[in-house]
Design a protein around this ligand. Structure first.
Ligand code: ADP
Length: 224
């Protein structure tokens, strides 16, 4: 069975960190729309030029653009045996389009990583990322500005959308446009929720258990 996993949750829930680990363990790609867009901005592509201002204000890039990006990405050969989506879908329109793309493929497993808002604010305002490889530094790393990336030695910086007013706007946008997706998915037999306010290792163990239990539901023939 191919694992088609959506890691769902608010900014700062730890989706990227967890997705990276699962991708490595399972040998399937992590598809992060945030990373794809940041790369497009850096490379100055047409999409990047349009997305830059929207992202720096904490708003969402248009559905058509995002749906096009994902349609193309999941058709690539490395995604044939499964993939992990981090940051997509973020609107009901995107979720409906994804369901259409998935027709004829193994069902989506959707796992919510739930974290209370106060904890998200704290995490996002402290978050440091590598300005070379994009890796998010662990909370215990010597990770103030000026620290170095544990993976590539690059310089650690704050993301431009991790400043206070933009963080608040991203959390508002999440509540308004993305959280309604829980209702969209939660009645499916392959939906699970894990407690994301635990230590990363605990979250990772709970996620593994949630994926296994959702997968066995799929294997028994439960179809969303
Ligand atoms: P976070 O999950 O920490 O908010 P991401 O790295 O996933 O950040 O995304 C950064 C920004 O990229 C978002 O605030 C938004 O502007 C844009 N973006 C990413 N994914 C999507 C998407 N599926 N739809 C619309 N905009 C997106």
């Amino acid at each position: 069975m191919a694992l088609h996993l959506i890691l769902f949750g608010p900014p700062g829930a730890g989706k990227g960190t967890q997705a990276e680990q699962i991708a490595r363990r399972r040998g399937i790609p992590k598809i992060s729309t945030g990373d794809i867009l940041r790369e497009a901005v850096q490379n100055g592509t047409a999409i990047g030029q349009r997305a830059k201002a929207v992202m720096s204000q904490g708003q969402l890039v248009g559905d058509d653009v995002m749906i096009g990006i994902i349609r193309e990405r999941i058709d690539q050969s490395d995604a044939r045996n499964g993939f992990i989506l981090d940051g997509f879908p973020r609107t009901v329109t995107q979720a409906i389009a994804l369901d259409k793309m998935m027709s004829g493929r193994d069902p989506l497993v959707v796992i919510e990583i739930a974290v209370p808002e106060g904890e998200l604010l704290r995490r996002l305002s402290m978050r440091m990322v590598c300005d070379v490889c994009g890796h998010t530094a662990g909370a215990n790393a010597a990770s103030g500005p000026g620290g170095t990336c544990e993976l590539c030695g690059g310089k650690l910086v704050q993301r431009t959308d991790d400043h206070d007013n933009v963080i608040r706007e991203r959390l508002n946008v999440y509540q308004r446009q993305t959280r309604p997706l829980i209702e969209f998915y939660q009645t499916r037999p392959t939906f699970r929720s894990v407690n994301g306010s635990q230590a990363p290792d605990r979250v990772s163990a709970d996620l593994t258990a949630a994926i296994d239990s959702a997968d066995s539901g799929v294997a028994r023939g439960a179809r969303p």
